[in-house]
Design a protein around this ligand. Structure first.
Ligand SMILES: NC(=O)c1ccc[n+]([C@@H]2O[C@H](COP(=O)([O-])OP(=O)(O)OC[C@H]3O[C@@H](n4cnc5c(N)ncnc54)[C@H](OP(=O)(O)O)[C@@H]3O)[C@@H](O)[C@H]2O)c1
Length: 319
């Protein structure tokens, strides 16, 4: 099979396109012919060594394709099924072995490419809006990087739940996309707290902050008393240690640093979120914006574009 391998951590240049022996599924696993691999910010952290993995490794933990072989002790999955997954490393490849526990059946009418584009970020937007903070009609919601992969989905799902969405973006092109996704107000990052206060009076009910270092303090300052700060990422860099007293000063604020794993810990929870996401995609309520399709061999270019803030929506690698 063809794959990207990381043998030493570093910049995009360490993503090496190579041939590897075809993998075999062990008991409880399934071999998939990959139609598309999702590119996510966490892949950059793995590549850089910020979240250390043992070397060498095949990066990528999201994809979709067709089942090519089924290991022992796997039920309910057959050769030829269209499936997607997240939370299973090794997706930057033409073939991937995936634990059956992570597989999602892709409903008819949704292509494998679309499934690869919406699985990780869709599940993330779902748990953020349904579990970290249950968005209710009339809520004021602040979504940073609103034209990004998670951001465009968060914006649409918060609107489906009846919220007023205030988005932040860095460019006019990104503003157009955020508005098309339903954002009621779109701001630039400079001085966004004052603008949020002007719009809401007392501040927003929840901030979804995947940007981190450059937005964190102003995000906290944009919350109403007892508001929820959902720091779910750090595309601008890690947030320094926080004094809990700032939460009291802000009016008994909540701060959480959530991750997808604990919010899809049981098969039931994973299936519930996936069924909502695929259902909305099938009905047209949730639009998936794929802004970049790169040959697998050009994974490095996809990483460069994502790190340089040149992208919107989802990036895919095609083997
Ligand atoms: N906790 C979880 O469960 C979970 C799951 C998925 C993703 N995440 C995290 O969510 C964040 C967004 O992920 P994504 O894949 O959807 O990426 P993305 O939002 O499509 O891309 C990152 C965006 O962040 C903004 N940004 C602001 N400052 C930046 C900087 N200094 N460098 C790079 N980007 C900057 C840019 O948008 P503007 O140009 O508009 O500012 C950029 O397009 C990442 O931190 C990721 O790790 C977390």
């Amino acid at each position: 099979m063809r794959a990207i391998v990381v043998s030493a951590t570093g910049g995009p240049e360490v993503l090496t396109y190579t041939d590897l022996p075809d993998p075999e599924p062990n008991p409880g696993e399934v071999l998939v012919d990959v139609a598309a691999s999702g590119v996510n910010f966490i892949d950059i952290y793995h590549r850089m060594g910020r979240y250390p993995l043992s070397l060498p490794f095949v990066p990528g933990n999201e994809g979709a394709g067709t089942v090519a072989a089924v290991g022992e002790d796997v039920e309910g999955v057959s050769i030829g099924d269209t499936v997607s997954w997240t939370n299973a490393m090794g997706s930057y490849a033409s073939r991937a072995v995936v634990p059956a526990s992570q597989l999602l059946a892709v409903p008819e009418g949704i292509t494998a490419e679309l499934a690869a584009a919406v699985t990780l970020q869709g599940l993330t937007a779902h748990y953020l809006t349904h579990s970290v903070h249950e968005v209710k009609p009339g809520d004021d919601v602040l979504v940073h990087a609103a034209a990004g992969g998670v951001g465009l989905l968060l914006t649409q799902i918060a609107k489906l739940r009846g919220a007023r969405v205030i988005g932040t973006v860095s460019t006019d092109e990104k503003e157009i996309l955020a508005r098309q996704a339903g954002a009621d107000e779109v701001l630039r990052y400079d001085g966004f707290t004052d603008a949020v206060r002007d719009l809401t009076g007392s501040g927003v009910h929840v901030v979804y902050d995947g940007v981190g270092a450059t937005t964190f303090d102003a995000s906290l300052a944009s919350l109403r008393p007892r508001g929820m700060m959902a720091l779910y990422g750090q595309s601008s860099g890690p947030v320094p240690p926080v004094d809990p007293q700032v939460l009291a000063q802000g009016g008994s604020l909540f701060l959480t640093r959530p991750a997808l794993g604990p919010y899809t810990a049981t098969r039931e929870e994973l299936a519930w979120r996936a069924s909502d996401i695929f259902g909305w995609v099938a009905s047209g309520d949730l639009k998936v914006h794929i802004s970049g399709r790169y040959p697998l061999a050009e994974a490095a270019r996809a990483h460069e574009d994502l790190e340089a803030r040149r992208t919107t929506g989802k990036l895919l690698l095609l083997p």
